[in-house]
Design a protein around this ligand. Sequence first.
Ligand code: FAD
Length: 820
Amino acid sequence: MVETDSNTLPGHASIVVIGGGIMGCSTLYHLAKYGAGDAILLERNQLTSGTTWHSAAQVRALRSSRNLTDLIRYSISLYSTLEQETGQHTGWINAGSLSIATNADRMTHIRRQEALAHSFGVRANSISPAEAREHWPLMNVDDVVGAVWSPDDGRVSPSDLCAALVKGAKSRGAKIFEETPVQGIVTEGGRVVAVETEAGAIRCDAVALCTGLWSRENAAMAGVNVPVWPCEHFYLLTRPVAEISGNLPSLSDHDSHLYIRDDSGGLLVGCFEPMGKPISPEKLGHDFAFQLLDEDWDHFEPMMINALHRLPVLEQVEVKMLLNGPESFTPDGNFLLGESAETRGFFLGCGMNSVGMATGGGAGMALARCIIDGRLPMDLHEADPKRFPDCFNSIAALSARVPEVLGKHYEITYPGRQMMTARNLRRGPLAAKWEQNSACFNQVYGWERPMFFGSSGDPVLTFGKAPWFDNVAKEVGFAHTGAAIFDQSTFGKISVVGADAEGVLNRICTNNMKRSPGAVIYTGMLNEQGGYESDLTAMRISDEKYVLFVGSAAVKRDMAWIKNQLLSADRVKLEDVTEDWAVIGLMGPDSTRIADDLGARELLDLDYFRHGVVDIKGIETRAARISYVGEMGWELTCAGSQAEALYDLLFAAGARPAGMYAQTSMRIEKRYLSYGHDLDTDTNPLQAGLEFAIDWESPFTGRERLLALREQDSGKVDHSQMVSILLDDCEANVLGNEPVYLEGRIVGQTTSGAFGYRVNRPVALAYVNLENSPALDGIKVEVDVARQLYSGTLHTRPVFDPGATRIRQSNFETHLRKKQ
Ligand SMILES: Cc1cc2nc3c(=O)[nH]c(=O)nc-3n(C[C@H](O)[C@H](O)[C@H](O)COP(=O)(O)OP(=O)(O)OC[C@H]3O[C@@H](n4cnc5c(N)ncnc54)[C@H](O)[C@@H]3O)c2cc1C
């Protein structure tokens, strides 16, 4: 063991960071900065010797969400100021970045990014091909149709940056030990308590796992699933080019799968090819330090042809090497940041998906804050380690998926884009029925869910009118004028059983959970800051039993959240019962007639937000009178093994299948909010307009904060408020994440968007901040869709009013009752 510091390995450290790449160094620096001066970092080889040393280290701020973007903006500010603090150069070069488009769809894609940049306060603007060439004189712009210029981006020197971070950490008391592999992780009672090294165990309160592509095997030592797998990643380096003097911006030519920058007077040409090459981490070995993989010119050839087209000067310059280095990827292309679901005190900062240098500064900051404060400083649900089902942790699934993830990095993000690999990991109880109905599936939390029906092969993706538009219109029609069958079986289902079930849930949930058995309760679960950790529907089954219906991808996260809130004296047992039950939504005005035809008239006796057991032709079903689509109906829960039989009965009685796109369109019209889109840990019920789901008499987590906010200023932390926007132009393809303008000023951002078939117009949900306008209804705004402004009107209520439908239904119910 080499002691980098004068002290020997301690027997105890409050926090042990494992891995000395950018993520480990940044996390240690921030831990020390925030007061954990006895934190240590263990690196089995030398600092930066894994992936970090050979990174192209470009730093481009714009990401798909505000907070991911903010992490990189934080990195930029850190990288450009760290030298002043530490005296160690970081190699930060602010040369800007340039994204070019060679076709109309790419142009739309980068214009959407530009619009997003404005929404996040990032400088970016469209420029012409000629202007792009001024930034990059060596570039062939013959086929370029436009570009976006981002002046604040840049790049950094990986090893210098890590040296500066380490210097800053050490100056605050943190210690680093190289050539110190962690060989074991000790847990007690579900909590990490020590790490083991050759020189003995180090007791600790928390571990930050920052071991890049080796994180899956390292996490397994703590009983934690980390679906991370490496791919080969290539860039070409040339000898100096006479025409290059000084630094050029980073150039992205995503249509050619290329990124390009200058390097020591020559060129660096990297690629994200359409399908990457996976590698087994075992092949890299534990002594894989400052090493590279073999060149593979055959694999690189198509990109080389593209590069020669873009930079004709490459014909004349001498190639120094084709660098091939490993990098880790996750199944969805986002990294892992935060506490693991399985083991308390075991935090992850890994799976960086090729943005580790750009994100590392901010991600290390956020991870350190998470360890010290017990929560992330901002909502980062995209990076939540609890977002993957365990089935993704298999080598087969990972090695199939990650090459595609690498390829998707530069793909156009068309609406409806799907991963094609590692599919069919989880099939719901109605999968065979949906296949018979030519469903087009997507994958959520490993489940295959029908998006729409009547598909004839993989749809051709577009930013224009969706190829499934008419299919979805038909399905909305079933739910609006007849009866539709929605498959909601993938909902996470958590059973909460025990003498203290009521008390525990009343402590955690915003709504009054002390209702009688038979109640259906819509509620939020909040953190201490009043932000949403989850929103869910609970059924009280008996005095000591509830079943919580949570989002399809939320079950692991919600289980962990509830578990972590339990006190040792609580007599309650949690169980994930998702796979035991199917849930079929029977929705639409004709559903009452169907209930009658099937001899299930007890359904009609159920009041709104009540549930009960109903026998439907011999199938025991628990029916809940609720709807997520704004039409009369029931959510019918039955054993998974009986789902097909129940479906057959409903179908024979006249109901027809409808998919997720129909459900999304209808829930947006009806303004039912969706976690991860309209709700997250940064939004509270007061802003979201969900105060109706708060029982102020309950002692729920987050209550004090909400009360304070309410008293402060009508409850709006930053005055932003959830609204619906009904757009005027049917062509406006709102998807969510678009800026909202009022009189030329950005006043908010959309969170969800879809075409609303019942109102025959596009509809968006958005948070807007119009501090000086108490009455929002009727205000005319504009939504920026790929730099085109579409006018629309604000509504504080849903744009679809089911009142009329309800009258129709109650008339029908009265008619049925009269028939009795
Ligand atoms: C060719 C290439 C180009 C890239 N270009 C860019 C770019 O332009 N911009 C960008 O943002 N990103 C880029 N990346 C990605 C970026 O470099 C990585 O995301 C980042 O370096 C990963 O850092 P890390 O700290 O997570 O992992 P690593 O740097 O791999 O560090 C992990 C460390 O953990 C150590 N370790 C493992 N197991 C143990 C153990 N049991 N005990 C102790 N130590 C252990 C390893 O030895 C290693 O040093 C590029 C990557 C490649 C391969």
